[in-house]
Design a protein around this ligand. Structure first.
Ligand code: PGA
Length: 304
């Protein structure tokens, strides 16, 4: 079959499957059913005449030609996205696509901020992808998002980062921990306790290690855990202390956890909107950034 019969819908379905490595996540993202996604990918395979995807157990792998098509789709979608945006910008409307990429810790507040934004601008089609810092840096260097939200922006002249709101680091412990009721805990005393820390490549991990190094305090690592939720659960189980962004604490965190009163804490940091220097923001992205500038501080103040 001639390749010219390939449709945009098929390519979008395939790209979402390849990027998510999952038919169900692709279906969720595209707001269509899983059989509809499978159908589009099968039609594409029939037109191309080669296997694109292999499913082993429940895992999705790309064949060699599938990988090539995925790269092509990425470039094509970027180009097409820019065209769509140029049309929206020309019409001067706040309609179109917004692609935000954030670090994992930002998932505690960014989705909530999207709610009032979407209510104000219903015509904007938003995608928000979540990565740890290392993977987010890849997104940034591939220019795959309008802008990224992170706590430790990369250094260098080619990056533009703008401070948006507070991102304090706090020491947390189980309510049962021996330090839980103490006040003015000297920083050096932390050397006597074991810590549960985020995985290598996490922005939180980098920030914590930098602080401890700067203060010449040894960070006694008991365990590495791959998410903030896992750390909070393990701290609540009294496996050790944790240092996390206060953004990760829910209103009712006091049921299980306490923020320790440690000398030098909370460590004042910030959340940043980051993009490659010189990147021109679409009207939609500019509108969202303005929305964050106006509302982020107020939103953070309502948190514990
Ligand atoms: P992380 O980043 O979610 O990768 O730990 C958090 C931060 O940069 O503050």
């Amino acid at each position: 079959m001639p390749l010219s019969r390939v449709s945009m819908r098929q390519l979008r379905a395939f790209e979402a499957v390849a990027r998510n490595r999952s038919y169900s996540r692709a279906a969720e993202e595209l707001h269509i059913t899983q059989p509809a996604v499978s159908k589009q990918v099968k039609l594409l395979k029939d037109i191309i005449g080669l296997e694109l995807v292999e499913v082993v157990g429940k895992r999705v792998f790309l064949t060699e030609i599938g990988q090539q098509l995925y790269t092509t789709c990425g470039e094509w979608l970027d180009t097409w996205g820019r065209f769509e945006q140029a049309v929206a910008d020309k019409k001067g409307t706040t309609q179109g696509r917004l692609r935000i990429a954030t670090v994992t810790t930002a998932e505690y507040f960014m989705p909530r901020m999207l709610g009032p934004f979407c209510a104000q601008y219903p015509g904007i089609d938003i995608s928000m992808e979540v990565f740890n810092r290392d993977r987010l840096l890849e997104q940034l260097s591939d220019n795959r998002a309008d802008f990224c939200i992170m706590g430790v922006p990369p250094e260098g002249k080619n990056i533009h980062s703008e401070e948006l709101m507070a991102n304090d680091l706090v020491v947390i412990a189980s309510a049962e921990h021996e330090l839980a009721q103490r006040q003015n805990i000297p920083l050096r005393e932390l050397e006597n306790f074991q810590f549960l820390v985020r995985e290598q490549g996490s922005g939180t991990r980098i920030a914590v290690q930098r602080e401890f190094d700067a203060k010449q305090i040894e960070l006694n690592v008991r365990m590495e855990l791959g998410s903030n939720v896992a750390i909070k659960q393990a701290v609540a189980g009294n496996l050790g202390l944790g240092v996390l962004s206060s953004s990760t604490l829910h209103r009712n965190y006091r049921d299980e956890l306490v923020i320790l009163d440690v000398e030098g804490f909370p460590i004042r940091r910030a959340w940043y909107a980051v993009r490659p220097k010189g990147k021109k923001l679409s009207i939609v992205a500019q509108t969202f950034l303005d929305f964050l500038r106006q509302n982020a501080h107020q939103y953070m103040e309502q948190r514990p």
